[in-house]
Design a protein around this ligand. Structure first.
Ligand SMILES: [Fe+2]
Ligand SMILES: [Fe+2]
Length: 314
């Protein structure tokens, strides 16, 4: 096998530019325009306390199950951190050409998600608006960064998994709210996330043809320390356990519905032309899948045992 010279970050951006343009056009042709205001039941709204002298929020105002509230808060705070994500990809992908257009378009679509979910939560009094605002301040002040901020292929690999993960999380959150209006809104958000995933997945797919070893290395590194973008939210560990117990987003879904299908699209286990490090990275990916399988099975057993205990005592 001939050794390939690793492509620099700049070379990767240049080589992938035509793929960005093609997939940007594809995205624009399939994305359906939608309006967040149409999904919010405004007539249910009531003025709050404070300068306008309305009614303070109270626990009994919320009609949503506790875990649905938890998931909505995590999802919204995650969307709220958009300036951090924008900064990261705008810095990495740059303002020019198709890359720059994509960054702007993606940011605008993501901005809609936070607006829509916050409007719904505030109007329906689904969560404590004071606690929500304080959590937003803390989370956004913290900002977001990850270990591979300055690497094109690592970022593309991360967002391919992460967009699909948020799609599943939004969709399943909608289901547990028991409110068909919230479910409809989150289905719109989830559909956007799915198109984002397709865009990034296609891009990394092209990178696998261009620089297979580097792309495999990026995937292996990203899977090794994958964390949801909301991992920095205060109390995230406790919240994510509740979310997993409710089947909104758990390790089984992470492995079987996010990681495996995306890897399959890239055909990582049949790919040829890998250099030595690419082969090593592929082995790491396989090992990571095994680890996830064990963790997911263990979690499912614990969840089933817990459900049995609860059933026995009630
Ligand atoms: Fe989003
Ligand atoms: Fe997205």
């Amino acid at each position: 096998m001939t050794a390939r010279t690793a492509l620099s970050q700049t070379a990767l951006l240049m080589e992938l530019e035509p793929v960005v343009e093609k997939n940007l056009n594809r995205h624009l042709s399939v994305a359906k325009e939608w309006f967040p205001h149409e999904y919010v039941p405004w007539s249910e709204g009531r003025t709050f306390d404070g300068p306008l002298g309305g009614d303070a929020w109270s626990e009994s105002d919320s009609k949503l199950p506790e875990v649905a509230r938890t998931a909505l808060i995590v999802n919204l705070l995650t969307e709220d951190n958009l300036p951090s994500y924008h900064h990261q990809i705008a810095t990495l992908f740059g303002p020019d050409g198709a890359w720059g257009t994509w960054v702007g378009r993606w940011t605008a679509e993501e901005g809609r998600h936070g607006t829509a979910i916050r409007d719904y939560l505030t109007v329906t009094r689904a969560v404590d608006p004071v606690a929500l605002e304080r959590a937003r301040m803390t989370h956004m002040t913290e900002g977001y960064s990850n270990n591979h901020d300055d690497e094109v292929l690592h970022t593309l690999a991360y967002v391919s998994f992460q967009e699909l993960a948020t799609r599943i999380s939004h969709r399943n959150t909608g289901r547990v709210t028991g409110d068909p209006r919230c479910e409809a809104l989150l289905a719109k958000v989830a559909a956007d996330e799915n198109l984002h995933m397709v865009f990034y997945r296609n891009l990394l797919g092209a990178a696998f043809e261009l620089a297979p070893g580097q792309a495999m290395r990026a995937v292996a590194d990203v899977l090794a320390d994958f964390q949801m973008p909301g991992a920095g939210i205060e109390g995230f560990a406790r919240k994510s356990v509740a979310i997993a117990l409710a089947g909104i987003y758990d390790l089984r879904q992470h492995r079987d519905d996010v990681v495996v299908p995306v890897l399959r699209q890239w055909d990582v286990f049949n790919l040829s032309g890998l250099d030595a490090d690419g082969e090593a990275a592929r082995e790491e990916v396989a090992a990571q899948l095994d680890t996830l399988e064990r963790q997911a099975s263990r979690f499912e057993e614990r969840r089933a045992a817990r459900a049995a205990r609860i059933a026995a005592t009630s």
